[in-house]
Design a protein around this ligand. Structure first.
Ligand code: HEM
Ligand code: NAG
Length: 265
């Protein structure tokens, strides 16, 4: 279940968070953050805040608010949302925190890590704003209108190579790899189709570049609840596709069903 460890970081009450539950919108219209809005390195958490599924100021992401946002915005099962929330409270520097802010997610090597698909390594300054040049490195390998697991995996691999080659502080632990794998799987899980292991590139690029859910491009949230198991399958598909060996790999749920053999651990 790589996805379950995927977005893990941590925290308590800090002044920027306040003690009250922030109200959520009822309309979920997209709007950019206001001048005091906190945003972080996660394009999805930023998007959920930009739509008002999370508080638009990016504060007070507690269990209730996280489950609401992931469930209402994306149809994540509450159990999956709960696991992800608990993994993320370490982002808050206060011990035993019961909430975090999107700003907390910027702390380097807590959850935020090197070799992101769309952010600079912390060594090169801003580790949390969308960066088109970095995204271009990734998307150079997104070579068709419909992304598959290998294209996504190739983008992941090139960012790891480029980070290791250019950044003397480059850090990419086994734990980071598990997180990163889940992040790279996110397009399949949210914007694509696990059964075929594909996702429309236009939806994924629009999401990254605008931190906005691509409703007007025809996307809507999954009608099927996204469970821990489904998310884990997405990670597994990406994990398999990152191998540079040419042995047969499983790159979709369909192939996995067809094989159901010893190929899988
Ligand atoms: C509790 C919920 C979540 C938390 C705390 C969280 C946190 C994070 C953090 C800290 C990063 C930065 C990692 C890096 O340095 O690249 C990140 C990246 C990312 N997250 Fe989230 N995330 C959450 C939910 C989600 C969901 C539901 C999705 C979509 C399925 C998602 C998609 C992504 C993607 C695609 C990236 C990679 C960005 C890049 O590589 O440039 N996240 N997330
Ligand atoms: C945090 O939780 C741990 C484990 O429950 C406990 O031992 C510790 O005292 C707590 N720390 C604070 C600051 O509340």
């Amino acid at each position: 279940m790589k996805f379950t460890t995927l977005f893990t970081v941590a925290s308590a009450f800090v002044p920027e968070s306040g003690l009250h539950n922030h109200g959520r919108d009822s309309t979920f219209e997209w709007a950019p953050p206001g001048p005091d809005g906190l945003r972080g390195p996660c394009p999805m958490m930023n998007s959920l805040a930009n739509h008002g599924f999370l508080a638009r100021d990016g504060r007070n992401v507690n269990l209730e608010n996280a489950v609401f946002a992931l469930n209402t915005g994306l149809n994540f099962h509450p159990d999956l949302a709960t696991v992800m929330f608990h993994a993320a409270t370490v982002a808050n520097p206060e011990p035993n925190a019961t909430f975090f802010t999107l700003g907390h997610l910027n702390r380097h090597n807590v959850l935020e890590h090197d070799a992101s698909m769309s952010r600079l390594d912390a060594h090169f300054e801003n580790n949390h704003l969308f960066n088109q040049e970095v995204f271009d490195e990734t998307t150079a390998y997104w070579t068709a209108p419909v992304l598959d697991a290998q294209m996504l995996a190739n983008g992941k691999l090139i960012r790891q190579i480029n980070s290791r080659a250019a950044n003397p502080d480059s850090t990419f632990t086994r734990r980071v790899d598990a997180f990163s794998t889940g992040e790279v799987a996110a397009p399949l899980i949210v914007f694509g189709d696990l059964d075929t292991g594909t996702a429309p590139k236009a939806l994924v690029e629009y999401f990254f570049q605008n931190e906005r859910l691509p409703y007007h491009l025809g996307w809507s949230k999954s009608t099927e609840s996204i469970t821990l198991q489904r998310a884990g399958l997405g990670s597994e598909i990406i994990h398999n596709a990152t191998s540079l060996l040419t042995d047969r790999i499983v790159t979709s749920a369909r192939e996995r069903r067809d094989l159901h053999s010893g190929l899988y651990h």
